[in-house]
Ligand binder design. Structure first.
Ligand SMILES: Cc1cc2nc3c(=O)[nH]c(=O)nc-3n(C[C@H](O)[C@H](O)[C@H](O)COP(=O)(O)O)c2cc1C
Length: 329
């Protein structure tokens, strides 16, 4: 494992060796993956909705604790605008608290309604959002840190589609909590750039989908390893719900419906529902469903362990830090 290269407010907050967070990945962020991220010196977040029952999710938390040898890890709580969806989230949070989980990554809607429960339990929370305005509001609600997402991101990059470089120049200066930069991140030189912009680290998603510890079929990962930064599409804009996904036939069908102006969600459901993405991971057929994928798929060029990916990123960061030193006059 690469020894620590940088100490930032994020390494201090999470008690980790490297300022590298790996965001929640629906279906994929299980104990094996998150445990590997923690053991490699970063921080990861298990996605509760990936498991068929609350008990299966609880088992996963226990499994993760065993993999990390008791080192802390996190869960991802994707907050919805629909109150009925958030009821399930409350249960996920309660189970995390019962199991002694230390960290929460909230995303989606404001985490405000969950903050009293999170804080009473003494958990640390990082909120992931796509505008500085939403970040400021989450900070007022009491979150400990912010992950600010740029338009390059896989999953939900927001409707304003502000690029990561602009987010990085704005968010750390505007917020008085630790900030990590996300969206298109996947190299050490970007980590260094994030630190130079005043951020305290970076958060990745897409880059990690080819990790050995990710359970998806190797055929799926091999396809991702062959993609370039041009191989993603933004779908579901018609519902004000931008979603950056892998470019495949299904994504193109979604875009065709959108181009026709069709706004009946039932026409989209079979194309975008989560179970279709799960099938892509299970079978390796990347044409199925609309798996979330960002432009940093370009950096995911080989199936390697999480630790080997971290080593590559940190070697790149170190080389570019040395290069910067030669530029000083
Ligand atoms: C396959 C996949 C699934 C994701 N699922 C979730 C999720 O369930 N909850 C969440 O908050 N973010 C989710 N995300 C977003 C990531 O946590 C992270 O914010 C994003 O990937 C960062 O941008 P990047 O893809 O450019 O690295 C997902 C991303 C990917 C690629």
């Amino acid at each position: 494992m690469t020894p620590p290269l940088f100490r930032t407010r994020i390494t201090e907050l999470f008690g980790i060796d490297h300022p590298i967070l790996c965001g929640g990945l629906m279906w994929l962020a299980d104990a094996a993956y998150v445990g590997a991220v923690v053991n490699a010196g970063g921080m990861g977040f298990i996605t509760p909705r990936s498991f068929p029952t609350a008990e299966a999710y609880r088992d996963e938390l226990r499994k993760c604790r065993a993999i990390t040898g008791g080192k802390p890890f996190g869960v991802n709580i994707y907050v919805s605008t629909r109150p009925e969806a958030n009821e399930a989230l409350g249960e996920f949070l309660d189970i995390a608290i019962e199991e002694g989980v230390a960290f929460v990554e909230t995303a989606g809607y404001s985490p405000k309604i969950f903050m009293p429960r999170i804080k009473d339990a003494g958990m640390i929370v990082i909120h992931k959002c796509t505008t500085v305005r939403h970040a400021e509001s989450a900070v007022r609600a009491g979150v400990d840190a912010i992950a600010i997402l740029g338009a390059e991101a896989g999953g939900h990059p927001g409707m304003d589609m502000i690029g990561t470089m602009v987010q990085g120049a704005l968010a750390p200066a505007a917020l008085d909590v630790p900030v990590v930069l996300a969206g298109g991140m996947g190299t050490g030189r970007q980590l260094l750039a994030a630190l130079a912009l005043g951020a305290d680290g970076m958060l990745m998603g897409s880059r990690m989908t080819v990790a050995q510890e990710i359970w998806a079929h190797d055929d799926y990962k091999r396809h991702v390893a062959e993609t370039s930064q041009a191989d993603t599409r933004v779908v579901m804009s018609i519902f004000n719900d931008n979603s950056r996904v892998l470019d495949n036939e299904t994504a193109r069908k979604v875009l065709a419906l959108e181009a026709e102006g069709i706004d009946d969600f039932e026409r989209y459901r079979p194309l975008v529902e989560g179970t279709a993405q799960r099938l892509a991971y299970e079978t390796g057929d990347w044409r199925m469903g609309t798996p979330s994928m960002g432009q940093s798929c370009s950096f995911a060029d080989d199936i390697k362990s999480v630790e080997a990916i971290f080593d590559d990123i940190l070697a790149d960061a170190s080389a570019h830090r040395d290069r910067l030193k030669t530029l000083a006059v």
